[in-house]
Design a protein around this ligand. Structure first.
Ligand code: S3P
Length: 419
């Protein structure tokens, strides 16, 4: 489909507002659909993933109105949808909505694109069926489409085998319509949006260390202003750090648990970067970077930022090692393979062994990057193209709309800002 050419570019300057956080956007839509009365949301992500979830809650009976600024959702009574629910490319949509639907006492089928149909859903089918959900995967192997039938749920204590906020959230959402409390224990901390937002809309949630317990209940209608998405901010942070002469302010970036691991890694690499605790503004200026080690324990806090951090590593002095990357194999693409291939194309030195990747900094040449329709590979490739010596072409450029439809315009704006 559409490919896109990026040429080596001059400095990036000025201020940029990234889309509202994608993870928070999915969750506010789902909680607003469950809540009786009028919830008011501003700053929702305009990415296609989130628009799919918005269309799904409408198909389930939530009433949605948008005045160009505030999204007003009237929820509370959800019904069986007439058609299959299409999550598009969104693993978060698929898994969280499965959790929502499991306890609603209605029948619905969730499906998505080719990437979604290849991603493991057994990680939510197992705990949800343990709660009493009736779910069938079309191929019987834990892949979408998934059909969920009416059943009653009982709360469980679930020890998660993988650190996944999506799995945690699916189980907690199902727990709202279960009998008795539901507890999820994570192997390490993952993003905490579900428990934060549940508490903010009056639900009884208790967090103790790595365990989260939710009591059954219905959220109260709420007002929420979605903060900027750190995962999108990471692209501009790496661009500003690596393109000589750059100085960029990324406005109002969310800075809660398990989302800003990339800030710590870039700081360790010597980046000139500050994250204002009050405004959330992330200010990044260019400068030399040095290699670091990203440990397995850090990965859940920067799991989506590995593609662009790999570009930072390819521009740094020395060899950066990323450990514990197994989960990248089951993202929108096999991201360990697509990141490796991207770096090879760009002329960087990269070695992948098991779940570990070592990237040695050097000169990037450019080339044709195959994104496999993975939005984060497309955007990381575009940032690499700015520092490469030759030109870089990126396949399936339209995939950036999955999470950041205005990425190309924002890049042009930062390149042309006269400050
Ligand atoms: C997300 C959690 C992460 C992340 C995804 C969004 C979420 O996945 O990769 O893009 O919103 O909960 P896992 O929790 O499965 O690692």
């Amino acid at each position: 489909m559409t490919s896109h050419q990026v040429s080596p570019g001059g400095p990036l300057k000025g201020r940029v507002q990234v889309p509202g956080d994608k993870s928070i956007s999915h969750r506010v839509l789902i909680l607003a659909a469950l809540a009786h009365g009028e919830s008011r949301i501003t700053g929702l992500s305009n990415g296609q993933d989130v628009l799919c979830t918005l269309a799904i809650i409408e198909a389930l009976g939530a009433q949605v109105a948008y005045d160009g600024e505030v999204l007003v959702i009237n929820g509370g009574t959800l019904v069986s949808p007439p058609e299959t629910l299409d999550v598009g490319n969104s693993g978060t949509g698929m898994r969280l909505l499965a959790g929502l639907l499991a306890g609603l006492g209605i029948e619905a089928t969730l499906d998505g694109d080719a990437s979604i149909r290849s991603r493991p859903m057994d990680r939510i089918i197992d705990p949800l069926t343990a709660m009493g959900a009736v779910m069938a995967s079309a191929d019987g192997q834990g892949h979408a489409p998934l059909t969920i039938s009416a059943s009653t749920l009982a709360g469980i204590e679930y020890v998660m085998p993988v650190a996944s906020a999506q799995v945690k959230s699916a189980v907690l959402l199902a727990g709202l319509n279960a009998q008795g409390p539901t507890t999820v224990r994570e192997p390490s901390i993952s993003r905490a949006h579900t428990e934060e937002l549940m508490a903010a809309c009056g639900l009884e949630v208790n967090v103790e260390g790595l365990s989260v317990t939710v009591q059954p209940g219905q959220p109260q209608a709420f007002t929420h202003q979605v903060a900027g998405d750190p995962s999108q901010a990471a692209f501009w942070a790496v661009a500003a750090a690596t393109v000589d002469g750059s100085a960029v302010v990324i406005e109002n970036v969310y800075q809660g648990p398990a989302r800003t691991g990339f800030v710590e890694v870039l700081k360790r690499m010597g980046a000139d970067l500050t994250h204002d605790p009050v405004s959330g503004d992330l200010t990044v200026c260019s400068g030399p970077l040095v290699a670091t080690t990203v440990t397995a324990a850090e990965v859940p806090g920067l799991v989506d930022e590995v593609p662009v951090l790999a570009i930072a590593a390819a521009c740094a002095t020395g060899t950066t090692v990323f450990e514990g990357l197994a989960e990248l194999r089951v993202k929108e693409s096999d991201r360990l393979a697509t990141v490796e291939a991207m770096l090879v194309t760009l002329g960087a030195q990269v070695e992948v062994a098991g779940d570990q990747m070592a990237v040695t900094g050097g000169r990037l040449t450019g080339g044709l990057i195959e994104t496999h329709r993975d939005h984060r590979i497309a955007m990381a490739g575009a940032i690499a193209g700015l520092v490469a010596s030759g030109s870089t072409r990126i396949s399936d450029w339209d995939a950036v709309a999955t999470s950041y439809p205005n990425f190309g315009q924002d890049l042009a704006m930062l390149q042309s800002a006269d400050v």
